[in-house]
Design a protein around this ligand. Sequence first.
Ligand code: NDP
Ligand code: HSE
Length: 439
Amino acid sequence: MQQVNLGMIGGGTVGSGVFHAWQKNGDLLAARLGIKISFRKIAVKAIDEPRAYPIAPELLTTQWQEVVNDPEIQIVIELVGGTGIAKTMVLGALAQGKTVVTANKALLSAHGPELFAAAAKSGVNLYYEASVCGGIPIIKALREGLVANQFPAIYGIVNGTCNYILSRMKFEGADFATVLAEAQKQGYAETPPDLDIDGHDAAHKTGILGSLAHGFWVNHHQIHTEGIREVSKIDMEFAAKLGYTIKLLGIVKQAAVKNPGRKTLVQVSVYPALIPSAHVLANVNQVFNAVFVRGDIVGDTLFYGRGAGKDATASAVLSDVADAAQDLKHGNQMRVPPFVPTAQAGKVVPLDEVISQYYVRFSVVDKPGVLAKIAAIFAAANIGISSVFQPEGDEGASVPLILMIHDAPNAAMRKALARIAKLPAVKAKPVMFRVENLE
Ligand code: NDP
Ligand code: HSE
């Protein structure tokens, strides 16, 4: 049987998970692929670091160059993370003509074109299934299973840490900081976890999905990104009363704006949104992720699974290893296109131009005329209110006032809210979330 040798850089949460999964199912993989896959070296920062799963000590080194430069290693798995040394490692491995498998969405997002150009120059593939949604094979789904489709809309719960935090806040009333610490302990969170909770990790992934779906490079600076710090229990409860659930969504959607040119204008954003509680995405909880993909031919599809964690992510990494091994077996190195095709088929539309619906919560003095003043500002901006909800409160006290807002451009909404915030009767910064009806 043909043999392929692996080298891995990183033996932390995901790396140790990959080693464990290979120990468990390596023989099964060999039987399925007709290729024996062996580990030759694994580089880590400190040999004695405690690991989620043990790694055979004889494989460990602290010199990542030993992995990249070993002529017996054909496939290098990068599981270090970040955009610094990991970039040097990946470029070093590609320059040595090795196929690279990575789970590093931050690196792909920041340096995708350069990395894919380096892979092309060396005539090898750069695989990245584990970079989006942990164990869900969404990259292969978009690139292969749904290749015959255009994608009018993709909505994803793509960050396990945020979904874990939001779910536990909603169902257990858990405190944000406590749940975040638990997500870190489980190995779900990035280093630092701000990457998760401020939406950047989701933006890295959403950009990759956008690039795959629309055939042009989505620079992460073009992605409007909001995290979950502003999501509170009170808004979760009001949203629920109105039939909605708040989720951090990655959105890749052909934009509802007038298209001035011939390019496809695509909204690529990450923000917490109200989605209908009856929708299947609203019922994706804990560390689970899901991606709802609308194809113009296939219709609506849903991909669901664990979005983070050592075992789920290892499954995705090993699926790339299997593809890479097949490439080597069949001498088919240029089979996989990167997510950065050279043809510029579209462009990202600024969020200000995107038309959305909104949930807004004001803290207002409970006296006659306040709603009229707020409504007048919205009316002057040509923004329509679709419903009003005001829980009972003591006259004169500050009470919540919730408005649901019809379709309006984000810029107009932003400006109207800034004006409303200055009204004397408005006692706190208005809280606004967009509403995505997923229709
Ligand atoms: P960890 O922090 O758990 O592991 C990082 C590993 O890199 C550690 O083993 C560390 O060594 C090693 N390392 C750091 N610097 C060096 C160096 N200079 N030379 C050699 N090894 C080094 O991270 P994760 O496993 O959680 O994440 C790895 C990648 O996978 C990231 O890109 C992440 O975004 C991505 N990812 C993570 C998921 C998850 O659920 N955790 C899911 C999907 C993707 P040591 O152990 O000695 O400290
Ligand atoms: N920190 C990431 C998350 C890991 O929580 O989704 C998986 O990419």
